[in-house]
Design a protein around this ligand. Structure first.
Ligand code: ZN
Length: 199
């Protein structure tokens, strides 16, 4: 399982995912001049090295709820059966193939921000992960499961980025309108209600 994740992180799709985005607080006034972050192929290479050196772990998920193909745990947690998931573990669920690739890259974005102690809001962190999985689905052409509103909103951001790639922009900035739509979709999603309220 770690091998598959490392292969994805060094593969051709991860090698094309490249964009910048503002932190959530910046989207109203200074767009897009302040708080700019990036997801780049180099970030995915950093995560691959961290997996190989045992800093980030990869495990099969055994108790992840419906609707999640994977998840990243920055802190350790205890499963219902009493066993422990270590801190900095990517848990991979039951999907496979290109759909699983998108889910894995989503979690690897969270792993990267954790690895480099990136300072940003939880909401921004989540939005960047959704944009990454949507880009992966677009690039592989997989008919992917748009399970929830953030999936669909992430797709809108990815579509605009794909258009910018096609016109030769190196590291495009996410477009404001779909990005704000994605932030709102995540905020409205029951999946993230407890996380975003800090519980
Ligand atoms: Zn996520």
């Amino acid at each position: 399982m770690p091998r598959r994740v490392v292969d994805i992180l060094r593969g051709p799709i991860a090698g094309r995912i490249n964009y910048s985005f503002p932190d959530v607080a910046a989207h109203d006034v200074f767009w897009p001049l302040t708080g700019v972050h990036r997801v780049t192929p180099a970030a995915f290479h950093d995560v691959a090295r961290a997996i190989e050196s045992g800093i980030i772990h990869v495990e099969h998920a055994r108790d992840i709820g419906a609707g999640f193909d994977a998840q990243y745990n920055s802190s350790g947690r205890t499963r219902r059966d009493g066993t422990v998931v270590r801190a900095k573990t990517i848990e991979i669920g039951g999907t496979s193939g290109r759909v699983q690739m998108g889910a894995i890259l989503h979690e690897c974005v969270h792993a990267y921000f954790d690895l480099v102690h990136y300072r940003m809001s939880i909401l921004t962190n989540e939005a960047a992960a959704y944009v990454t999985s949507a880009l992966a689905y677009r690039m592989t052409g997989v008919p992917w499961p748009r399970i929830n509103d953030p999936d669909r909103a992430g797709e809108n951001v990815a579509d605009r980025l794909m258009h910018q790639y096609a016109t030769g922009v190196g590291v495009p900035m996410v477009s404001r309108e779909p990005w704000v739509g994605l932030l709102q979709a995540i905020q409205a999603s029951p999946d993230y209600a407890s996380e975003l309220s800090g519980h």
